[in-house]
Write a protein that binds this ligand. Structure first.
Ligand SMILES: NC(=O)c1ccc[n+]([C@@H]2O[C@H](COP(=O)([O-])OP(=O)(O)OC[C@H]3O[C@@H](n4cnc5c(N)ncnc54)[C@H](OP(=O)(O)O)[C@@H]3O)[C@@H](O)[C@H]2O)c1
Length: 305
């Protein structure tokens, strides 16, 4: 698997990241097997958030780091904060405290990348900027980004923060495509023409912000895996046909669909099984044709004007 630059930061990481949101379900030995499989496939980017299982995912990863399962200087470690029970909180004091708590749980002195997990209606960009400055100056965070932020929200923050925003982590799978639909349905009166995010895909491309798709195999909001779902018979038929042609699994084709987009996205896969990490990593070896990409988009139930 090749490395890509994340944003225009000089920070390099693998084309596919391993999401660690579900690793609290694993015994330490099983987590070691998962991380070893990822490392062997060339996956170097690991995604966390302070809220995943109330910090237990970060704690488990910290134990694996301590045990030497993966080496700190060989990985890109990223985490997120800003979601609290019943509210969002991008106040400076919360961001600083959250990063420090993540560092303690992860048993490391720095995050390579720290993302604001969700937009906060009460955000003060200057306060975020001061928090970023403090975290950056202390060497606790090397690079910054956002998650689930629209183009306008990124622009608002970018007007204040001194460090470049290098990534936006957004929900995107072949069965969940609001980021893409509006751009294909300009001028139409259909629901697909609704721009839900203010042109975030184009904005990120224009400003060199790496989109990190999350829930790359899910449909709906954690409604289950699109692969094998009875709700998507045509999509599964097309995934299987393409999988057969490329010699990979249907799930790998769903990831290859994201990698085929010229925005150089960095999909975050969330499996907890080493065998599936190996399967999904094969997506990096597949380059779908334009026809294959559109066939999957249409088979997912979309139409083109
Ligand atoms: N920024 C955000 O707001 C946000 C939100 C959600 C997630 N995330 C990040 O994105 C990562 C991925 O999210 P996700 O876990 O929802 O993504 P996902 O990769 O779409 O889903 C993984 C889940 O699908 C299951 N699965 C079923 N069939 C599978 C197959 N053939 N191949 C692989 N997995 C299959 C996995 O089970 P097994 O474990 O049994 O394989 C696992 O429970 C998270 O870990 C987290 O880091 C970010």
């Amino acid at each position: 698997m090749k490395d890509i630059e994340i944003g225009r930061s000089g920070l390099r990481g693998s084309q596919i990241a391993l999401g660690c949101m579900r690793i609290d379900s694993l015994a330490d030995a099983d987590l070691a097997a998962l991380l070893t499989a990822a490392r062997d496939e060339g996956i170097t980017v690991f995604d966390h958030a302070d809220i995943y299982a109330d910090g237990r995912c970060e704690e488990a990863f910290g134990r694996a780091l301590d045990a030497g399962v993966v080496r700190r200087d060989e990985i890109v470690l990223q985490s997120k904060a800003g979601i609290r029970p019943g509210r969002y909180d991008l106040s400076g004091a919360h961001l600083i405290a959250a990063v420090e708590a993540s560092l303690r749980r992860l048993r490391t002195d720095r995050l390579d990348l720290f993302l604001l997990h969700r937009p906060d209606a009460l955000v003060d960009p200057d306060e975020v900027a001061a928090a970023f400055d403090e975290l950056h100056a202390a060497g606790k965070v090397l690079h910054f980004g956002v998650s689930n932020h629209s183009a306008g929200q990124i622009a608002l923050l970018a007007g204040s923060v001194r460090q470049p925003l290098v990534a936006d982590q957004l929900q995107l799978s072949v069965a969940h495509t609001p980021l893409i639909d509006a751009g294909l349905n300009v001028n139409m009166a259909s629901a697909a023409s609704l721009d839900h995010d203010g042109g975030t895909l184009d904005y990120c491309r224009l400003h060199g912000i790496t989109i990190q798709p999350w829930s790359v195999l899910q449909h709906g909001y954690f409604a289950g895996s699109l692969v094998g779902s009875a709700e998507y018979p045509a999509l599964n038929e097309e995934l299987s046909a393409q999988a057969g042609r490329h010699g990979v699994t249907p799930a790998a084709i769903a990831v290859a669909w994201l990698l085929r987009h010229p925005a150089a996205m960095l999909p975050v896969v969330g499996t907890t099984r080493p065998a599936r990490v190996r399967e999904l990593a094969r997506a990096a070896d597949v380059e779908l044709t334009r026809e294959e990409w559109y066939s999957l988009y249409l088979a997912a139930g979309n139409s083109l004007p």
